[in-house]
Design a protein around this ligand. Structure first.
Ligand code: MN
Length: 205
């Protein structure tokens, strides 16, 4: 579903699946342009650079900077993965999910309203920058709400992200300043539940 690499195996970002102004008025065109161009694309380049540096280290046997390059790879590649999903999660018509996803949300969280209140509270209170995450764990077969700090901390190993709420300031600050909760409440108006459902179905197989 998500294309993270090009034909030569290097990390590459898919084009945005919509125009910069497609998320207006919830997210302004300038924010989307800056977000994609100056946050997502540089993460892709940095993930490639980290892998190249690690290849050089293996070649030379000099692993003195291995910790730095591994941290870069985890941070930047996670940024690329999460942003790729985030873009496809948006430009829908909001509302509520239907079918098996709706049933699973009700079974796990009580109701759609309780789920929404929980994930917005979790995303609003992420320390500094990061993500609110709805994920599916294929081993426990459970939906989970997680906070993610930065792009890679506080995950549960193996969880499959279904819905991502970007709470880095670059995702909302031009329009919402410090009102992270208002941005998140509005973001629910443009969630593409078809995309979230597609991810949920794929994660179960
Ligand atoms: Mn972002």
């Amino acid at each position: 579903m998500d294309k993270l690499t090009n034909t030569s195996g290097k990390y590459a970002a898919a084009p945005l699946p919509f125009a910069y102004n497609a998320l207006e008025p919830v997210i302004d065109a300038k924010t989307v342009e800056l977000h994609y161009t100056f946050h997502h694309l540089p993460a892709v380049a940095a993930a490639n650079k980290a892998e190249e540096a690690l290849a050089k280290a293996r070649e030379s046997g000099d692993f003195s900077l291995v910790k730095h390059h591994e941290k870069e790879l985890a941070f930047q590649l996670s940024s690329h993965i999460l942003h790729t999903i985030y873009w496809t999660n948006l430009s829908g018509k909001g509302g509520e999910p239907t079918g098996d996803l709706a049933k699973a949300i009700t079974a796990e969280f009580g109701s759609h309203d309780k789920f929404k209140a929980h994930i917005i509270a979790a995303a609003t209170s992420v320390e500094a920058a990061g993500w609110g995450v709805l994920g599916y764990h294929p081993v426990t077969k459970k939906l989970m709400i997680l906070q993610c700090e930065n792009h890679h901390k506080l995950t549960a190993w193996g969880v499959q992200p279904l819905l991502l709420l970007d709470v880095f300031e670059h995702a909302y600050y031009l329009k919402y300043q410090n009102q992270r909760g208002e941005y998140l409440n509005n973001l629910f108006k443009i969630i593409n539940w078809d995309n979230v459902t597609e991810r949920f179905n794929a994660a179960q197989h």
